[in-house]
Design a protein around this ligand. Sequence first.
Ligand code: Q5B
Length: 264
Amino acid sequence: GKVRAPTHIISTISDDRGEEPCYAGVPMSSIVEKGMGVGDVISLLWFKRSLPRYCTQFIEICIMLCADHGPCVSGAHNTIVTARAGKDLVSSLVSGLLTIGPRFGGAVDDAARYFKDAYDRKLSPYEFVESMKKKGIRVPGIGHRIKRGDNRDKRVELLQLFARTNFPSTKYMEYAVEVETYTLSKANNLVMNVDGAIGTLFLDLLAGSGLFTKQEIDEIVSIGYLNGLFVLARSIGLIGHTFDQKRLKQPLYRHPWEDVLYTK
Ligand code: Q5B
């Protein structure tokens, strides 16, 4: 009989061997004919299944809202400096992307992990926040450099409004709101940020849609899919910043001496 040579790669999300490429078994023509959007493509390639419209719309809203947040944030700053050093698009893009992490934009997965654990263990907001403080860990998804209790992040409000209107349940996000009430009583900058809103609302999407088993949800949270949403979204803005600098023919950036404290 035929002997199958062992393969070196296993792949389960897409297949380009037929007449047309398929994403999770769905042919590209069908994606176009059915008027699917980027939220559907993410559902197929990341979650290996079609998700209902409210879920794909939520994914698309996350991407639109996180696409950019001005030139002053870490990622855009790095991209701008790199583009002004004469580097190409990919170098400028990755230089910005490399700043995404626990403090900037990359707290989505940890927000999902810590809020899920605290909610599932029925910790009160006080118990959750104080236990994090004891461990010396900042609550992921809480705190912002410029947003305050009296100057909330519009993105968070828009995501909350969409989810409260369209999701079957928003229990994790409502728990995060209770946590925010407690952290705001400690300091005015400890608002729920966009990472916290996306992290907790994605937990609600996963748990409320009925399309994921408990084991699948645990795997998604433990592997860490959700920072991918910020990375994907912010790439749009970082590419824009690269083009902007090139279009403006900006010279090499050098930080002014006056803005550095030279000390021994
Ligand atoms: N404190 C975001 O800090 C920031 C605390 C906390 C308990 C907290 C900080 C933080 C968790 C990570 C997170 C996502 C670094 C942020 C984003 C995308 C963005 C960005 C943009 C965009 C800000 C002052 C006092 C200290 C701290 C305490 C602060 N955060 N305690 N839990 N979470 N958050 N990141 O302003 O007693 O004086 O020592 O790490 O969720 O990245 O727009 O800019 O779209 O691009 O530097 O929105 O919150 O405050 O470090 O001076 O702290 O508050 O322990 O207490 P700041 P600090 P104490 S969204």
